[in-house]
Design a protein. Structure first.
Length: 224
């Protein structure tokens, strides 16, 4: 596994540019996760004995690359959780999709289920259904050749697989996202979705924090 790419670090927070393929948090598969690597990093760098506190503040899906935020203190963890719940953390994603939306900017509003279906997909609809919750995002087309487009996405809510499901339901699946209807397979099983920027008020110092993550080497949209 490649070395962790630390893109922000202070006494209370740690931000990592996660490569696609790496779990944010451990699951039943037993595969190594970002949280495991980050705890080892803190333990070794600061020569900390015993268990290391590190709170995962949010997740991005395994095939997605980009920023993952972790809290190094319980104070930061509780305050950041409050910022997330109050929608005071702004996240920007970039996606490469098949096709080109007729409207270059817009707002998508859907209803999404709480639980995944048998295929591991999150149910989505234009209409309310049992136990559904509203999912909202804004998008902007940055570039397109007519057959595929580079899109900036700002999620307003934080539902499981939200960006993936909403763009697919909109008619423009993310490249590589076979689960949500893409016809394009990426060799390393990643999908063309990258968590590129996060901004918020620091939970302890109150400074404005803006964290950016570079695109992975295999990012499928190459600017001319």
């Amino acid at each position: 596994m490649e070395k962790l790419k630390i893109i922000h670090e202070d006494n209370h927070l740690l931000a990592v540019n996660k490569p696609s393929g790496l779990l944010s948090q451990g699951d039943d598969s037993g595969a190594i996760a970002l949280t495991d690597l980050a705890k080892t990093y803190i333990k070794e760098k600061y020569e900390k004995p015993g268990n290391v506190f590190l709170g995962l503040l949010h997740r991005i899906d395994r095939p997605v690359s980009g920023i993952v935020l972790l809290a190094r203190t319980s104070k930061a963890a509780s305050r950041m959780s409050k910022l997330f719940s109050e929608k005071k953390v702004r996240k920007i994603y970039y996606a490469v999709v098949t096709g080109m939306p007729s409207k270059l900017t817009g707002k998508l509003i859907h209803q999404m289920g709480k639980k995944q279906d048998r295929q591991g997909k999150t149910p989505i609809s234009d209409q309310k259904f049992k136990d559904s919750r509203e999912a909202v995002l804004r998008y902007r087309v940055l570039n397109s050749d007519g057959k595929r487009s580079l899109i900036e996405v700002i999620p307003i809510t934080g539902r499981r697989h939200q960006i993936r499901a909403q763009l697919a339901e909109f008619g423009y699946p993310i490249e590589g996202d076979l689960k949500y209807g893409s016809k394009i397979r990426i060799k390393d099983r990643s999908i063309a979705l990258h968590a590129a920027e996060v901004s918020f008020e620091h939970p302890v110092t109150s400074r404005k924090i803006v964290i950016k993550a570079k695109f992975p080497a295999n990012w499928p949209w190459k600017e001319e």
